[in-house]
Every structure is written in C-alpha cells, then in structure tokens.
Design a protein around this ligand. Sequence first.
Ligand code: SF4
Length: 623
Amino acid sequence: MHGYRGKILRINLSSGEVRWEDLDPRIINNFVGGKGLGYYLIYHEVPPSTNVFSEENKILFVPGAMSGLIPAASKVAVISISPETNMISDSYVGDRLGPFLKRWGIDAIIIEGRSDEPVYLKIGEDVEIKDAHHLWSKGTHEVSRELWKLHGNGAIALIGPGGENLVRFASIIVDAQRAAGRGGLGAVMGSKNLKGVFVSPISIEDARIEIFDKDTWMKLREEYYKKFENDPSLASLREYGTTNGLLISARRGMSPSYNFSKPYIPDSLARKLSGDCIKKYEIEPEDYIHGKSCPIKCARYVKVNYEGQEFYLKPEYESIAMLGACTGVFDFPKVAYLNHLANDLGLDTIAAGNVIGFIFEMVERGEIGHEEIGFPINGFGDFAAEEKLLMRIAYRRGIGGILAEGVKRASDILNRGREYAVHVKSLESPAWDPRGLRTYALSYATADVGASHLRGWPSPASLPNDGAAKELVPSLIESRDKDALFDSMGLCKFLPYEMEDIVSLYRTITGLNSDLKNLGWKIENIARIYSVLGGMNPIHDDSIPLRWWTPQEDGPARGNMAFRSYEDFIEARRKFYNMRGWDPDYGVPLEDTLQRLNMNEFVEDAIRGLNYQKRRCQTCSFS
Ligand code: SF4
C-alpha cells in the first residue's frame, strides 16, 4: 500500500498482549484515516450502551491519513465512547504525536482491557507496556519532564489526577501544552490505569511508509508551505493565534461571559483577556515545542509569573474565555494560572470553566450556599474559589465530586439550575454563544458529539442573520463535511486547503481515488446510528439549552434568541434531517441513504435504530 502500512496496533492491557493486525485496504479506501477510520473501527469494536468505564470500552489513537506528510497535517484523532455523552467522541490534538505515529507506520492504535497496575506505553521501534507506579497521581507537567528525561524528545500524551479519578471531562495533555480536551477521554485512559503514551521521534525521511508519487509529493509539500507562509489573509492568525478571540466574540454578543448570561461585554473588559494584553507575556517558543511543519505557527507561548510561580503556557481562546470570562475572572495572569493548573490536573478547560461558571451563578442566585459547597464563595470573579474548585473536581472532593460529573449530571444531582446548565447532549458548551450569530445553534444541536464548535458553521457568518434558519442548512452541511474531511486527513482547520488540494495531495501520497466528497456524510451516519442504538433520542436531544432561548439583553444581538422561534428551529432541524437522508420525523439514517453511500453493512442497525426510536416516540408524551 502507499501512504499507509496497513497495520493496526492492538494493545490489550488486561493480558499485556501487543499485536499487529492487518487493516483491510477496503476500509482504508472508504474511511481514510483519523476521524473516518476511527469512527468505523470503534463502531465495530465497542457495542452501543457499553459502560464507558468498563474493560469493554476502548480508546483509539488514529493519525490522519496525511498526518506528518504535508504542511500543517499535525493532528491525531483520539476516539472512544465518551464518559460525558455515552456516544462516540473524538478529540484532536496537534504537534508531533500524530505525525510520529503515522511515520512509524501505525494506521491506528486500539487500546483495550484494563491493567491491574498503573502503566504507560512506549512506542517506537518496539512497543512496550511500562510500569507507571512512580508517575501515578502526579501532574502532567512533572510527568512530561520525567519521561523526556528518561526516553528523549518524543511525543507524550498523558492524563493527570483528573483522568485517574475518572472526572467525566478529564483531558489528555500532549507535550505538556496541548490537549485532546473534549469528551472526557482522559477518564477512559484513567479507567484502564493507563497514565500515558510515549511515542519516540521519527523524521519524515525515515517514515515507514511508501509514497505513491514521491517527486510530486515533495514538490507539492514545498509549494503549499510557501503559499500558506506568505498568505496575507492568515496574518492575524500568525500574529495572535486564537488569543484575540474574546474581543471578537464579545463584540458580536457571542462570548460565554458570566456563564453565558452576558454574551456581550464591552471591549474594555474583553481586552483584559485578549490580544495585546496576552502578547505582553509572549516569549519565543523552544524549537521542540513549536514544530516545523506548520507554515503559520499560530501557537503563542507566554511566560507568566503569578505570585512567585513561574510557568509557561500556550494560551488559546477557548481556555481563556471559559476559565476567565465564563467565570467572571478578567485578569490574564490569574486566568493563565488557572489554565496551567487545569492542564496539570488534566481537566478539559472548556468543561471546567463551564461547570464553575454554573456553580458561581447558583451562588449569585442564592440557590446554593457555603455550607453545601464547603467553603466561602462569592460567585462570579472569585478567583480563589475557582482555584479551589479545580482542585476539588480533579480529586473528586466534596462539591468537586458532583461537578466532576459534568454540568448536566451536576444539575440533575443537585436538582437545581437546569435552566442555566449550558450543554448539548451532556457536553458542555464551548465559548461561542449562538445567540450572537443566530442559527449557529443548529450546528450545536445536531453535532455528533454534543456542543462542539468544530462541527461546521453555516455561512454567511455575518450579523444580523435574520433569515429563517432552514436557509442556512446547506451551508452547515457543506462546512461540517469539510471539517470531517480535515479531521480524517489530520489537517489543521486554520489552513485554507480547498477540496481539490486535498484530493490531489491524497492521490499523490496514496494513489487512491477514494470518495472524499461523501466521507463526512458517511461518518455522520455512523455516529448517528451508534448514538440512537445507545439511547440518544434525536427528538429530545438534538436541541439547545434553555439559556439560548432567552433573548440577549445587550449589544448588537440584543433581543436575539438562538433561533427566531421554536418553529424556526424545528423547520431547520427537519430540513437538516431531510438533506442528510434521515427520517425527517425521527432523525435516523434511512436504508436508501446508506445504500447510496455504499454503507450496506450498517443498514440492519439503522433499521433497528429507526424502529427503536419510533417505539420510544409512541410511548412518550413529549412529541
Ligand atoms: S495553524 Fe496553528 S494550530 Fe494549526 S498547525 Fe499551525 S500552529 Fe498548529
């Protein structure tokens, strides 16, 4: 094969067996890599309704089809059944992990079972399961340093105490500064007693895969690198990365400020956590951190000294906005410290900011008191309380044990606050409030993993977008499919590769004529059938939180809900189901659709899912 070695690395932590398995070329041709290949594999490996913390759940690391082979193809997909949603969940992380796996000739790693003792994996020429007793209960920064000292400059994916203690939104921290943050996949690693995965470095010249047309590939690599390096439309990204995001979201009324209760905030406040304010702390990154494959190099690195503690951080909009604006802490060094702490503990910064914003709002409304929380707390802006809560969540102490369940379950356990628990399908909302750009909510409502900001946005993305939401469905689908293609190829979404660029690069590397145009659609069908069979109810769950049905009070989107009306939402959702070839009433893929996409092996399950959904609706008073 070209572009692949055609091998899956299967590691069973219960038996200690490490095995190389052949990967059927037809599966590669159909599902390519990264997200596509990962969804296909996990669908067949883990039955719906599997207990996420049982030995039967598995976790996959699947490099994109072109990871490490073309500029900014830096991503690896981490895929499992999510402890937050009980659905298939995928999270992506860049830099060196994906490229190294691809270059070692590993098309996918499947990790299954559970080790009796803490272990980590060392992958390179050989694959070893190594003792991790001495690393357990340590933070991700310290363990990264220890492993680099011991094994050299490889790529490392680690969990912190959050994952060890099965916090449902535990993250996986890569190379100390990046995160596969969403969906709680760190807790799946924790449930397997797996502290981390170390992958030895390997250069592109030593890659264990053959390229179909090597000369053209080398020429194209060079050409695309130069093209993007000099692209003036990427100047702001080059200058700020995502750190100017709060200024942009706040101006549109899309920020998560004060637990999404004030999405519009003035520039003077937003600037405290964005752009030039963060730039003041910027340093030149070390070569090992920055990587050399990206022509943009958007990652900003800062050095912050907070109350005598000096630390390095790669700040991103989502983390800063959720741990800062969402909790009302508008002070960059403090928020940087919270971000550093959350990374060290191995917590998803988006979900952590969301649950803390939630509890702060409960305090402000007088719905929870100091006695129940366990210490004095002032509500929004209480930095000291936020720091304490992060620690308590990671170790599941006191109220932290409830918040560690995620915002949906926490509001259920407390039996309060459901109207301002901001999530979709139990996944906490990221830092873009769709009331500022109406109809973005349809993306959240229908995304395969719950509230994700990375599942396609409709266009045009300009205010006031007063039209009917259904008008934007075709553009949402187009954008979503493009995202899925990028996630399958291992591409960073900031790079303006066009469809034809990807097709030609993929052919040059693999010689394959895969149907890339329909890949995203196929993946979305797999996710949907799996979710429905696992209990997700599209009629209830393809929805948005109550908060987004409350009109905004201020700013350019004043008076906006996330949709013009409930009818507007239902019409748009129905159109989305129709365009996807799903049953318009029940939201489940139809037989014809699957046959058209050459997905016959899924037809039986889809019919079962549709019948199951019909039966549920017949006995439900909701519809
Ligand atoms: S644009 Fe930024 S996030 Fe994307 S690959 Fe380059 S450095 Fe990484």
